[in-house]
Structure formats: C-alpha cells, structure tokens
Design a protein around this ligand. Sequence first.
Ligand SMILES: Nc1nc2c(ncn2[C@@H]2O[C@H](COP(=O)(O)OP(=O)(O)OP(=O)(O)O)[C@@H](O)[C@H]2O)c(=O)[nH]1
Ligand SMILES: [Mg+2]
Length: 335
Amino acid sequence: MATGTSTPAGRWEAAENLVAGLRGGDVRALARAISLVENDAPTASAVLSACFPYTGHALRIGLTGAPGSGKSTLVDRLAAHYRAQQQTVGIVAVDPTSPFTGGAILGDRIRMQGHHADPGLYIRSMATRGFLGGLASTTADIASVVEASGKTRLLIETVGVGQDEVDIVRLADVTVVVLVPGLGDDVQSIKAGILEIADIFAVNKSDREGADRVEREIRAMQSLGGHAEGWVPPVVRTVATTGEGTAALAEAIERGAERLRQAGKLDEKRTAAWQARLVEMIRQKLVRELVRHRLGASDLEAHARAVAAREEDPYLLVEGLVRGLLDLHREDGNG
Ligand SMILES: Nc1nc2c(ncn2[C@@H]2O[C@H](COP(=O)(O)OP(=O)(O)OP(=O)(O)O)[C@@H](O)[C@H]2O)c(=O)[nH]1
Ligand SMILES: [Mg+2]
C-alpha cells in the first residue's frame, strides 16, 4: 500500500490494494477509501472503479425527515432488525450544515460505541459543511464503497431540508419519509417535494399525542392523488426509542422493494439515478480539467471580477474556455 500514487499505474495499484483490504473485512481500509472519495483525492476515481464490480446488489434505503424527527434512532432500529436477519448493514448519515449538526454527530458517535464490535455493521457520517457541490453524487459514491465491503442493506440518512437532500434520497431504491406529531409540523406545511419522493411514511414518535392526526393528513393528501405507478405509500407508525413498529417498517420496505422489482421499476429508478449521476460526474470532470489546464482558482476570481464590472462577457468566456479545453485534447491526440 506504500505504492506511489503520483502515476496512474501507482494509483491503480494503491486502489486495488485498498479495495482488496476492505473486501477482506479491513475496517481501516474501508474508512481510508471513504476518506479518499470524500476528499476527492487523486486516487478517488480508481478506488471507485475498483469498488464498482462489487456494487449494485444491496438494497439502498433512504430516510429523510425534519431535524430531530428520530431518523438516527430509527436507522439504528432498522439496522438491528436487519442484523438479526443475518443481513449486513452500512449506514451513511449526511450531516447537514445546520445548527442541529452538533447533536447529530454526537448521536452518531454514541451509536458507534454500541455497535463497534459488530463487523457486519458499518456507520459513517458525512460532513457537508463547506462541501462544494455534487453532494448527492458523493453520497452515492460513498454508499458504493460501503457496499463493496460486502453490505447487503444500505441505510442513507439525511435531513429533509433542501434540494441537495432530496437529490440524495432520489438515489435510494426505497425512500422513507419520517414525520412526527406535535411539532406544529402539519403535513400541509411540508414541502411538496418531500411528499412526492416518499415510498413509505413513518410516523415516528407515535407515543406522543397527534399521531392519528398526522396519519389522517397523509391519507387526505394521498386522496388528492399524485404518487405515480399506482403505489399508495403505506403509513407505518413507529416509536424508535422502544423499537415499536420497526418490524412493520422493515416489512413495508421489503414490500416496496419487491413491488419495484416485479414491475421492472427498480432498474428504471436506478437508470434515472445513474443519469443524474453521470451528468454530475461529467460536470465535475470538466470543471476539474478546466482548472488544471486552463484556469487556476485565482484566474477564476479575476474573471469573476471582470464580469461583475461588466468588462468581460461571461458567455463568450465560458465558450472560449470549453473550446480551448477541447482543442487541447485534440492536440494531445485524444480527440
Ligand atoms: N418520544 C420519542 N422520542 C423519540 C423517538 N424517536 C426518537 N426520539 C428522540 O428524539 C431525539 C432525536 O432523535 P434522533 O434519532 O437523533 O433524530 P434525527 O432525526 O436523527 O436528528 P438529526 O439527525 O439531528 O436531524 C432523541 O432524543 C431521541 O431519543 C420516539 O419514537 N419517541
Ligand atoms: Mg440523525
């Protein structure tokens, strides 16, 4: 693993070694591979390529909902449920750039302690603070690395607050939207985007007053139609702190996945997800190549200044930059 990573061959060898390690159950190799991907290191794409043949088989389950709705607690319960069924589990929690982040990280750290002896379970929190775009794509890449280590169930937790988070759960096979009673968080006030992506609703904290009302509101929304493919998302009540409803939720997830498989919708969904990811990957690659060959970070700032001052035409600038990059590759004999 001490191979130099400054050459493509060296990067490939390093990546293959790392992936052989994580496939063999080396948790430190897994953590290192994830960090390389998260930090967009030079070896990252080689690591992902080496992982790719070992992916595509796990069921990806996205959980989203308001901050503090009990997603992490629920994810823990599901993980324990799957472990009892001899499934192996990977958890990827996306920590939002929000005031709630501190609590989430603390919660995840406490979780880790409870499970650290179990080699069939891996938990990773992703920080999003300062992340520059492509969050959904990177989350999916990290899930792939975790899957390559041999996990059969992937649980992806994200706070349902922004478009990034909606994009992340769109990459899941089955999406659970977690709602809670008594937050003044009426279903009507929940963003339409979140309702549309739900394959299943979990009404968590059903030990509290108002679970009936939340469920009624979901049903009322559903009666207005909307969800495609004739699948009416089931509503499952849970109490994540006691584990009540976990088995029913897991069953709803399996039924949802099975239905998708039978209708050929799972492949369709994954194809759509790949289409979004491919666009993102191409975008990232183009920007990286531009910065490497044509445009340093300081040049970008100089251009921005000139454009803001109306001294430069941004449309002609971008046209010229991209054209220049294509010409460069043609000169290299790549075109
Ligand atoms: N009464 C009750 N409390 C719950 C239930 N589920 C979770 N909680 C509590 O709600 C708080 C938040 O739970 P988390 O699992 O951290 O919620 P989260 O949605 O992951 O939070 P963020 O990741 O910070 O958005 C914790 O104090 C939990 O113990 C439940 O079913 N009933
Ligand atoms: Mg959480």
